[in-house]
Every structure is written in C-alpha cells, then in structure tokens.
Design a protein around this ligand. Structure first.
Ligand code: AMP
Length: 110
C-alpha cells in the first residue's frame, strides 16, 4: 500500500535497522524500543491487521521465525511476543506485525 510506512520499509524507501529478511518476512528494530531488545516481525505482503490475515502458510512462517530471531538476539530464554489489533488495543501501524520484546523494559525498574 502506497501510504503504509511498513510497506515503504519493505520496499527500501524508508530506512530501517534490519536484522532478518527472507522471501516473505522482514524484521527490524522498533524505532521507539520498549525493552532493551524490541524488534518487529513484518510480512512483506500488506495485511492491515490480524483480522485481515488470511494466509495460513504466512501466519505459520510469522510465528515460526520468532524463536529464530529471539535466538539471534540472545533473548530466546525469555521474551514476549505481542500483536496489537485495532487502535483501541494500541495498534498504531496498520500493517500486521509481531513485536518481540526481551531483556529489561526501558523506563521500568527491574
Ligand atoms: P503498534 O503500536 O503495535 O502498531 O506497533 C507499531 C510500532 O512500530 C511501534 O512500536 C513504533 O515505535 C514502531 N515504528 C513506527 N515507525 C517505525 C519505523 N519507521 N521504524 C521502526 N519502527 C517503527
């Protein structure tokens, strides 16, 4: 989608701190990290949210890549995976993405 910021990142039109890419998926660091490790797993194909995702194979790939990326980042022992769906739940970018958060939360006491 032409006005989607994550589509622009996928197309290389906007820079990102990319850490993983394959034919279907890109993963990059969140620009406003909420934990010492905070990355976003994003399908290259545009789906506005989990409510629109209708590709079981891609859904499987999105989940199965998470532990690989967590291991790459050294947080596979303990991390959270978050998918916000809808503005009321905090979804601010209308292109489905999984957050991977690991390590201490930023701004929170241990
Ligand atoms: P959500 O609020 O669940 O939709 O998550 C969207 C996330 O995208 C937020 O955590 C933002 O900080 C992050 N974000 C927005 N723009 C960018 C960008 N250009 N590069 C990296 N992360 C971004």
């Amino acid at each position: 989608m032409s006005d989607c910021i994550f589509c622009k990142i996928v197309a290389g039109e906007i820079p990102s701190k990319k850490i993983y890419e394959d034919d279907d998926i890109i993963c990059f660091h969140d620009i406003h990290p909420a934990a010492s490790v905070h990355v976003l797993v994003v399908p290259k194909k545009h789906f506005s949210s989990l409510n629109e995702l209708d590709d079981p194979e891609l859904a499987g790939k999105l989940f199965l890549v998470v532990p690989k990326i967590a291991k790459m980042l050294g947080v596979d022992g303990a991390y959270r995976t978050v998918v916000n769906t809808g503005k009321g739940a905090g979804q601010s970018v209308a292109h489905i993405h999984l957050h991977i958060l690991g390590g201490p939360r930023i701004g929170m006491p241990e």
